[in-house]
Design a binder for this molecule. Structure first.
Ligand code: UT7
Length: 324
């Protein structure tokens, strides 16, 4: 059975770090409130003239180097983002050009907000499994700082900019949960919950980019229940148990959501990868950023079972199980 095996990870964070204290000097908030309610201590913010495609390209180069591959070895580039450089073309095609690809491979964006990386991974995995491509670059990249209302303390303190990238390549497995590669992906959305988390503009509605609007408390309520349910769905589909999971790498939206979900699933804190403290919520970039950190510090090793999950605007939510 064809499997999509992880061949390399990469990440990039903009140089500029904005601390909670700096935000408290600008708006009515405090370091204490942000830490206690979200677990965030700082976020990275892209420089003027630094675009989502730049962040994505840095992360992609690192992932390609880790995989020992050249840009032209890649058959598919999927960028998960809600903050594309331009309305069109897809940021993936900009990245393709910035990487120097000349092989006419395919590139497109996936838009599922904070669940974007899980949706992009599922997309690339299916292209590989059907044999349409042998290799894929899956990137989550965001400059959410560009779509925040910096006067809305309920949202602007929560987000940051960054990018993470994963190289996948086709491998052969036995069709069991012992195989290396992507073992499952489960995706869902419910457009009736639009008003809980959206951007109040766009090319076809206002003609403006708009800013993020969120009913934080309501989103929080849905987050733990939906993400736990989609993880249970994944475990049942693969015949695995929570105790089989070596590393739980959730979307990084709020430390309390991460803790609540891990507790509900019975995954001990020592097996949870947390980066929200230093990255904040980087939307589609948060999972590949966290994966890259945990690979580099040698927590995630070949053969480990890794569980990812996310929920975002739409609402959209999903999970994935990978054997590294
Ligand atoms: O990745 C996409 C999905 N997004 C999420 O998963 C985010 C989900 N939601 C959350 O993480 C949390 O709901 C928040 C962190 C957004 C808020 O935490 P909360 O415990 O739900 O607080 P709250 O919204 O109930 O607000 C509590 C109080 C309010 O004051 P009153 O009405 O009690 O007087 C807010 O006005 O905190 C106030 N508040 C703030 N105070 C200081 C809201 N934002 C701030 C702030 N600084 N930045």
């Amino acid at each position: 059975m064809r499997r999509s095996v992880v061949a390399g990870m990469g990440r990039y964070l903009p140089e500029r770090i904005v601390t909670n204290a700096e935000l408290a000097g600008r708006i009515d908030t405090s370091d204490e409130w942000i830490r206690e309610r979200s677990g965030i201590t700082q976020r990275h913010i892209a420089a003027d003239g630094e675009f989502t495609s730049d962040l994505a390209t840095h992360a992609a180069r690192q992932a390609l180097a880790a995989a020992g591959m050249a840009p032209d070895d890649i058959g598919l580039i999927v960028v998960a983002t809600s903050t594309p450089d331009e309305t069109f073309p897809a940021t993936a095609t900009v990245v393709q050009s910035k990487l120097g690809c000349t092989n006419d491979s395919m590139g497109f964006d996936v838009q599922a907000v904070c669940s974007g990386f899980v949706f992009a991974l599922a997309t690339a995995d299916n292209f590989i499994k059907t044999g349409q491509v042998d290799t894929a670059l899956v990137i989550g990249a965001e400059t959410f700082s560009r779509i925040l209302d910096w006067n809305d303390r309920g949202t602007c303190v929560l987000f940051g900019d960054g990018a993470g990238a994963m190289v996948l390549k086709a491998g052969e497995g036995e069709g069991t949960s012992e195989d290396r590669g992507v073992l499952s992906t489960h995706l869902h959305s419910d457009g009736n919950l639009h008003d809980l988390l959206y951007v109040d503009g766009g090319p076809s509605s206002t003609g403006e980019v708009g800013v993020l609007r969120m009913e934080g408390r309501e989103v929080f309520r849905h987050a733990v229940s939906k993400m736990s349910a989609v993880v249970v769905e994944a475990l049942e589909a693969t015949g695995l148990k929570a105790e089989d999971v070596n590393w739980f790498v959730p979307h990084q939206a709020n430390k309390r959501i991460i803790d609540g979900t891990a507790r509900k699933l019975g995954v001990g804190a020592e097996r949870v990868v947390v980066t929200i403290d230093v990255h904040a919520n980087t939307s589609a970039a948060s999972i590949p950023l966290a994966l890259s950190v945990a690979v580099d510090d040698a927590r995630i090793k070949q053969g480990d079972l890794v569980l990812i999950e996310a929920m975002g605007g739409g609402l959209t939510w999903g999970s994935g199980i990978l054997r590294w």
